[in-house]
Design a protein around this ligand. Structure first.
Ligand SMILES: NC(=O)c1ccc[n+]([C@@H]2O[C@H](COP(=O)([O-])OP(=O)(O)OC[C@H]3O[C@@H](n4cnc5c(N)ncnc54)[C@H](O)[C@@H]3O)[C@@H](O)[C@H]2O)c1
Length: 318
């Protein structure tokens, strides 16, 4: 099959591209490299099974032209910065919702029937049920979550109108190889600047679930193989969760730092729209035979080691 991967030079997209090529399929990565990296995909350059189109999803004519002839679209491209919407109220609408519309309409024009979509646990806002199942009716608490939820809804409508099928994945925080943003990244960056103090957003008691990217990619491909509804919605997370202070303790131990003074911004949320507890019910994806292979602790340690070996990544993000 021919896979068209938007955002395929990013953290999660490049890991999925590797796995899909490994399984014998052809891949086109469509990515502007705004937050992605050529270094994440350059090992495929020159392969007849791989093509990179360096372009923007908002460039509709180029997107449509590039998508022709593919069987499956995996749509990872997004503004993946969950906090930015409060300062720039257009970014999530444009980069997440309108961009998804562009992808869907290009699929319609080329009669491409399959889409896998990277949604987020953020669409649950602050749910009252834990672990949170797929079938609750959430209230949105962030523009990022709202833009993903709107994108999900548009995908469902396109499936209804045009005979497409979709696999919609609500991710917890992914960690692991090629991780470039998130709490571990922020903490290491802060500790590089000042190894004696770590400023933690919120009260440090926020509990979050994390999933290793290799487990996440395998879950996506398991669902694509085995789930056959018109629209298939899956939580992708871990049965475990960890609080932020425990994560900071692991990090300091791995970096060999002792007696780091934690200071707290206060409040139970890291930022407006942050959910103090993210723990998704993953029984639906597990019922297809999938299980995470790594504990959260193992995944966190792998991620720290990866970032230490790939220090250059800290040059790119604030
Ligand atoms: N990382 C996580 O923990 C997490 C959690 C929930 C959901 N998600 C979602 O998963 C997807 C992938 O996230 P990621 O962590 O790999 O992020 P990422 O920033 O590494 O990947 C996004 C990719 O899209 C590309 N891109 C962005 N805007 C573009 C545009 N307008 N045109 C073309 N390319 C563009 C970037 O260059 C990058 O390669 C995103 O949709 C994100 O919202 C991620």
């Amino acid at each position: 099959m021919k896979f068209f991967i938007t955002g395929g030079a990013g953290f999660i997209g490049s890991n999925l591209a590797d796995e899909v090529i490994q399984r014998g399929h052809k891949v086109t990565v469509y990515d502007s490299l705004v937050t992605g990296h050529e270094s994440f995909i350059q090992h495929h350059f020159g392969s007849p099974n791989f093509q990179l189109v360096k372009a923007d999803v908002l460039d509709v004519s180029l997107l449509e032209k590039s998508m022709e002839g593919h069987d499956v679209v995996v749509h990872f491209q997004a503004n993946a910065d969950v906090r930015g919407g409060i300062h720039n109220t257009r970014v999530d609408l444009e980069q997440n919702t309108i961009a998804t519309y562009n992808v869907l309409d290009a699929m319609r024009k080329h009669n491409i029937k399959n889409i896998l979509f990277s949604s987020s646990a953020t669409v649950y806002g602050e749910p009252e049920v834990f672990p949170t199942p797929e079938n609750i009716a959430p209230i949105q608490t962030s523009l990022y979550g709202a833009s993903k939820y709107a994108a999900e809804a548009m995908i469902q409508a396109y499936c209804e109108y045009y005979g497409m099928r979709s696999w919609i994945f609500r991710f917890v925080s992914f960690i692991g190889k090629r991780y470039t943003h998130g709490v571990i990244f922020d903490f290491i960056k802060k500790l590089h600047h000042n190894p004696s103090t770590l400023h933690i957003l919120g009260d440090g008691q926020q509990r979050k679930s994390y999933l290793n990217v290799s487990d996440g990619v395998n879950a996506m491909l398991t669902a694509f193989d085995k789930a056959n509804d018109k629209t298939n919605i899956f939580n992708l997370g871990h049965h475990e969760y960890m609080n932020v202070v425990d994560l900071a303790d692991i990090l300091c131990a791995e970096l060999g730092l002792q007696n780091v003074n934690y200071t707290f911004a206060g409040g139970s949320r890291g930022w407006l729209g942050d959910s103090p507890f993210v723990h998704l019910d993953v029984s639906k994806i597990k019922s297809l035979g999938w299980m995470p292979q790594k504990s959260i602790r193992e995944g966190v340690i792998d991620t720290i080691q990866y970032l230490q070996e790939n220090n250059y990544l800290f040059e790119y993000r604030d």
